[in-house]
Design a protein around this ligand. Sequence first.
Ligand SMILES: O=C(O)c1ccccc1N[C@@H]1O[C@H](COP(=O)(O)O)[C@@H](O)[C@H]1O
Length: 204
Amino acid sequence: MVRIKICGITRVEDALAAARAGADAIGLVFYPASPRAVSPTVARQIIRALPPFVTSVGLFVDASATEVHQVLAEAPLDVLQFHGNESAEFCNQFGRPYLKALRVKPGDDLNALAAQWPDASGILLDSYKDGVPGGTGEIFDWSLIPLERNWPLVLAGGLTADNVADAIARSAPWAVDVSGGVEQAKGIKNAAKINSFVQEVKRV
Ligand SMILES: O=C(O)c1ccccc1N[C@@H]1O[C@H](COP(=O)(O)O)[C@@H](O)[C@H]1O
């Protein structure tokens, strides 16, 4: 069973649509430059509306430790996702499980890179695009993903209901993560697209 995270949630109704569809986690973006960014106050409202057993994940891009602590003081996130150039030492300091995102380029030794964050709960692989830290809506070459690995893979980058079955077949991830592929506008999710995505993941 491949787990599912729906990222870039900005509204309670979208979080509930994800939960009802059968998603395991929702993602909240705390990167101010993102059109999907939420304030800690809105994040708290969304988290409080979640039914049991749906994990809340907070996404940061090279935030300071103070900024992460400020968010955590208001929004009770279950898991942190570091999508920038954060070191393992930085990621480890918050007392929360975390995902480390890597943006994949040809020639990367992904096993060696993943080993730099030995305490991560999972390694999220996303597409590399110069100057854009994530949420590109673009897939990357899944053949670059090592099938022999000792870390839980969270596959992201341009996933949609149309390509996620193929992506799973090629990479055997622990979980998949989608944002733009289930949106009707940046930061606004589409319940029908969420349902199709979740059903497609559960079908394989
Ligand atoms: O969503 C964003 O705006 C974003 C900004 C900065 C870093 C990461 C971001 N999103 C994450 O990127 C992956 C892939 O997204 P997509 O499915 O290709 O749209 C996912 O984890 C997003 O949450």
